[in-house]
Design a protein around this ligand. Structure first.
Ligand code: ZN
Length: 336
C-alpha cells in the first residue's frame, strides 16, 4: 500500500510541477531562498552521496550507497516529496530509515516509506514510540543503547546517544567520510532556538550537547530546522548564547531572590503568594531579556520573538534541573 501511495503522490507532484531543485556539491551558505524550487524544496548533495533536503523550515539528510539508501527523519512536512527526492538522484531502494528522535514533526511520514526498510532508533526512542502507538511513526525494528555503526554498501553512518537533551533518545548522527554531523532541535544555525530552548526536555543536557557536538570532526552541521546548513561556528555561537543565557539568568536570580521580591511587593503576598511567584519569574525574565537583547538581536535572528521564552526556560531549569559546576563535570567526562 505504501508503494502505491508513494507512486501516486509522486505522479501528482510531477504533474503539478512541484519537483525539488537539485544542486550537486554547491557551496553552503545562507542564501537557500535563491535556490528554492517551485515547491520550496532544496535538494543538495553535500558530498560523496550525502544529500541535504530542506523546505526552508525543516531539513534532513539521506545517504546514498551502491547497495541502498539510508533515509534520516521521514519529515511529515515533506511526506511523499522526500521519496520523490530520493528517486531523483538514485534508483537504489531505501533500505534503512533512521529516527533522530521520537517527535512527530520530524518522523511523522515514516508510514509512507517502504515497509521493507529497517527502522533504526535509540532504545529510549523505541520505548516512547511503543507507548505512543501512532501508526504514522511505527516502532523501530533495530534499536541500540549508546552506539550503532550503520554500514550500507560503501557508506557508513555513526549513531550515538549521549543522554537526554532536547528529548530522550535524541541522536548524534555522524557521517565520517563526509564529515557531516546531524543533531536535531538543539542548534538552529543563524537563529535563536525555537521557544523554550527548542522545547528542551533537559536544559543541562541541552548545553552539554553543544560541547558533545564540537567533539566531532565535522565541517557541515544539520540541525533539522531553518533554511541553511550550519557550520562549527554556528555550534560555537549557539553554545555562547546558551552560556550567556545561563549566566544572565543566574545573575537575575541572585540579584533578587524570591523573598526579597515578596518584601518589595507585599500587596501581591496578601492576594496570592503563589501568583506572586509567577510575577517574580516574569520580573526576572525581564531582567534577563534586557541584559541579553542588545548583544544577541544583531547576532541571531528571532531574538526579539523568543528570548523571553528562553530566559524563562533557563530560570526554571536553574530552579529544578541545573547541577552546580556543570561545566567542570563535562570537562572531566571529556578527559576520561
Ligand atoms: Zn523534537
Amino acid at each position: 500500500m505504501a508503494d502505491i501511495s508513494r507512486r501516486t503522490a509522486i505522479q501528482a507532484l510531477a504533474a503539478a510541477g512541484l519537483t525539488p531543485v537539485i544542486l550537486r556539491s554547491m557551496p553552503s551558505g545562507p542564501n537557500a531562498e535563491e535556490r528554492k524550487g517551485a515547491a520550496g524544496l532544496v535538494l543538495k548533495e553535500i558530498r560523496d552521496g550525502l544529500w541535504w533536503l530542506s523546505d526552508g523550515a525543516y531539513n534532513t539528510m539521506f545517504l546514498v550507497s551502491s547497495q541502498g539508501v539510508i533515509a534520516i527523519d521521514p519529515l511529515p512536512t515533506l511526506g511523499a516529496r522526500y521519496l520523490e527526492s530520493v528517486s531523483k538522484v538514485t534508483d537504489r531502494p531505501i533500505t534503512h530509515v533512521v529516527y533522530s528522535h521520537e517527535h512527530l514533526d520530524h518522523i511523522g511520514a515514516a508510514n509512507l516509506f517502504p515497509k521493507s526498510a529497517a527502522i533504526v532508533a535509540q532504545s529510549e526512542t523505541a520505548a516512547i514510540l511503543r507507548q505512543r502507538q501512532d501508526p504514522r511513526r511505527p516502532p523501530p525494528t533495530t534499536t541500540f543503547g549508546e552506539r550503532f555503526v550503520l554500514n550500507v554498501g560503501e557508506q557508513t553512518l555513526h549513531l550515538e546517544y549521549k543522554g537526554v537533551n532536547h528529548s530522550p533518545g535524541n541522536l548524534f548522527i555522524y557521517a565520517p567520510k563526509q564529515r557531516v554531523l546531524m543533531l536535531v532541535d538543539v542548534i538552529y544555525p543563524g537563529y535563536v532556538p525555537y521557544p523554550g530552548l527548542g522545547v528542551a526536555a533537559d536544559v543541562p543536557g541541552y548545553i552539554d550537547a553543544h560541547r558533545q557536538a564540537l567533539s566531532y570532526d565535522f565541517t557541515e552541521f544539520i540541525g533539522g530546522h531553518v533554511d541553511r546548513i550550519g557550520s562549527r561556528a554556528d555550534v560555537e555561537r549557539s553554545l555562547e548564547f546558551a552560556l550567556d543565557l545561563k549566566r544572565a539568568s543566574e545573575e537575575a536570580l541572585a540579584e533578587k531572590p524570591f523573598p526579597a521580591f515578596l518584601g518589595e511587593h507585599p500587596e501581591q503576598a496578601t492576594g496570592s503568594t503563589w501568583f506572586a511567584h509567577d510575577d517574580y519569574e516574569t520580573d526576572r525574565v525581564d531582567r534577563c531579556y534586557k541584559q541579553l537583547i542588545p548583544k544577541w538581536a544583531p547576532i541571531l535572528r528571532g531574538a526579539e520573538r523568543s528570548l523571553r521564552s528562553h530566559c524563562r526556560t533557563m530560570i526554571v531549569a536553574l530552579a529544578i534541573q541545573m547541577p552546580p559546576d556543570r561545566g567542570q563535570s563535562v570537562q572531566k567526562e571529556g578527559r576520561s
